[in-house]
Design a protein around this ligand. Structure first.
Ligand code: BEZ
Length: 246
């Protein structure tokens, strides 16, 4: 058995590649320097002057204040030049009925160097198109420049900005903590059975202790945790209220 190794792309937990570039906010000598010590979202779109991308940049702009309040920067990118980004931004704003201001920078990656380093070029189209485009990629990068989460969508599916903000919130909550967020968090465990036969709504939006937290440590550090009863009787579904996360 053998594998063909993909040479490009970034992996979860690794430091993301640094780069210099042109942006709608001017020249950057270093992406790492720009985001220094902050969370950041690097968000690629296939091409300027295309319909889905136009809605995505507009909808992302509606989230920029919320993300800023979470100390999370946004930079978007496509393989179009900065001049094209600036011309296109007028359409983006108009299509949001002029109710937005796009405050985040858009990177021009005309030579595709960044897209190649991050594995954002759509391999499925590269053999068919003279100039392959970037996929819809989202990289969420922590203050130490480590890649914490990536999403890859094809050109035909626009992204959900609520999900991107939710991912940043979940990552920030679990950052350097011994917890993980359940499916559909924070809309989880809204009404759960308790050992005395009653039901409780107190654990809505709660999070799980990691399996690496011992029972002794759980009792000492998270005295209010609730272990969900399951047929195996193994105590691995240990819920902690968000406000009790240390
Ligand atoms: C769009 O944003 O609508 C789009 C971009 C590239 C290919 C297909 C659709």
């Amino acid at each position: 058995m053998f594998f063909h190794q993909h040479a490009t792309g970034v992996r979860l937990g690794n430091i993301v590649p640094d780069f210099s570039c042109e942006t709608t906010h001017g020249q950057w000598d270093s992406f790492h320097e720009w985001k220094k010590g902050k969370w950041a979202i690097l968000f690629s779109h296939p091409a300027d002057f295309t319909p889905v991308c136009t809605t995505e940049i507009g909808r992302l702009a509606l989230k920029q204040d919320e993300l800023q309040s979470m100390d999370c920067l946004i930079a978007t990118l496509s393989v179009d030049p900065v001049k094209s980004h600036n011309d296109w931004l007028r359409d983006v704003v108009a299509h949001c009925e002029n109710e937005i201001e796009v405050k985040f920078p858009i990177i021009g990656d005309a030579d595709r160097k960044i897209s190649e380093a991050y594995g954002m070029i759509d391999a499925g189209t590269s053999s068919e198109q003279a100039l392959p485009l970037t996929i819809r990629a989202v990289f969420i990068i922590n203050p130490e420049n480590k890649l914490m989460l990536s999403l890859n969508y094809p050109a035909c599916v626009g992204r959900n900005m609520d999900e991107i903000v939710r991912c940043v919130k979940a990552l920030q909550l679990s950052y350097e903590k011994s917890i993980a967020t359940p499916a559909n968090w924070p809309n989880n465990h809204e009404d759960i059975p308790m050992p005395d036969g009653s039901r409780s709504t107190a654990f809505k939006g709660s999070v799980f202790l990691l399996p690496t937290v011992s029972e002794d440590e759980a009792k000492e550090r998270y005295p209010g945790y609730h272990s969900c009863d399951v047929p195996s009787k193994i105590n691995y579904l240990r819920l902690v209220k968000q406000e009790d996360v240390e």
